[in-house]
Design a binder for this molecule. Structure first.
Ligand code: 3SL
Length: 241
């Protein structure tokens, strides 16, 4: 298995496709997606465009759907939810489909939706993703960070590093046998430095600071936990996990 890390959807190669592609948006879209599915959500359907989300979700029974929209960290007016995983309780989401559009995370998922295997990963479900990779043994794995509007993000990179680090440790392979590009080695180094203080790293991260200004400190704490949800957000058809 060769792992490649790309920091943003924009840096992800076009014209080729891996066997498995993983979108990461630790703060907060992929943490929200994992939480919804772990809480019994029927599915999560992702959109880049808010108007398309509204149109498609209107064809779904009202009592069976939830609409979540985030732009600039805030909730989109008229939607039931923003993008806080803490709002996605079993009481609210069980048996319902979440239609979601966020600034960067859902865009990353749309960017990789043509890969044969597509996953959404966060720190909270890291081990479920790692176990799946170890069992399936895809030849090529892309881990695509969402970043923020085209730029690098610490939180997505540390999650990519957490996944790659675990694969490296569990397989016992040499690092260069699994690292497909330099970004993998640097993501692992970031994870090794911060693994015991991920919340501290989030406080250094520009998007972490943005969320702190929006009083989302509990979201940061929740998303900084590792391996707490045994859930695998696996795409069943393009855009639907
Ligand atoms: O950029 C995104 O997709 C979001 O996850 C951003 S936020 O954490 O909801 O502000």
């Amino acid at each position: 298995m060769k792992i490649f890390v790309y920091h943003t959807p924009e840096l992800t190669p076009t014209g080729e496709i891996p066997e498995c592609a993983i979108a990461v948006d630790v703060l907060r879209a992929t943490s929200t997606i994992a939480t919804v599915l772990a809480a019994g959500g029927e599915a999560v359907q992702v959109f880049s465009d808010l108007n398309e989300l509204t149109e498609v979700s209107e064809q779904w029974p009202a009592q069976k759907r939830l609409r979540a929209g985030e732009r600039g960290g805030g909730k989109v007016a008229g939607f039931e939810l923003g993008n806080s995983p803490l709002d996605c309780t079993p009481e609210l989401v069980e048996g319902r489909r979440l239609f979601i559009s966020t600034t960067n995370g859902t865009r990353a998922l749309k960017r990789i939706e043509d890969a044969p295997i597509v996953l959404a990963a966060a720190l909270i479900n890291r081990s479920a993703v790692v176990n799946f990779l170890l069992e399936k043994q895809p030849q090529s794995v892309w881990i695509v960070g969402s970043g923020w509007e085209g730029s690098f993000s610490l939180e997505d990179t540390v999650c990519a590093g957490a996944i790659a680090h675990s694969i490296w440790q569990k397989t016992g392979l040499e690092l260069d046998q699994i690292a497909g590009n330099d970004e993998v080695t640097s993501a692992i180094a970031l994870y090794e430095q911060w693994q015991d203080n991920l919340i501290g790293l989030f406080h250094q991260a520009s998007h972490g600071k943005r969320l702190l200004r929006l009083e989302c400190v509990e979201d940061l704490k929740y998303c900084a936990q590792t391996d707490i949800l045994d859930v695998l957000p696996l795409q069943r058809q393009p855009g639907i996990l």
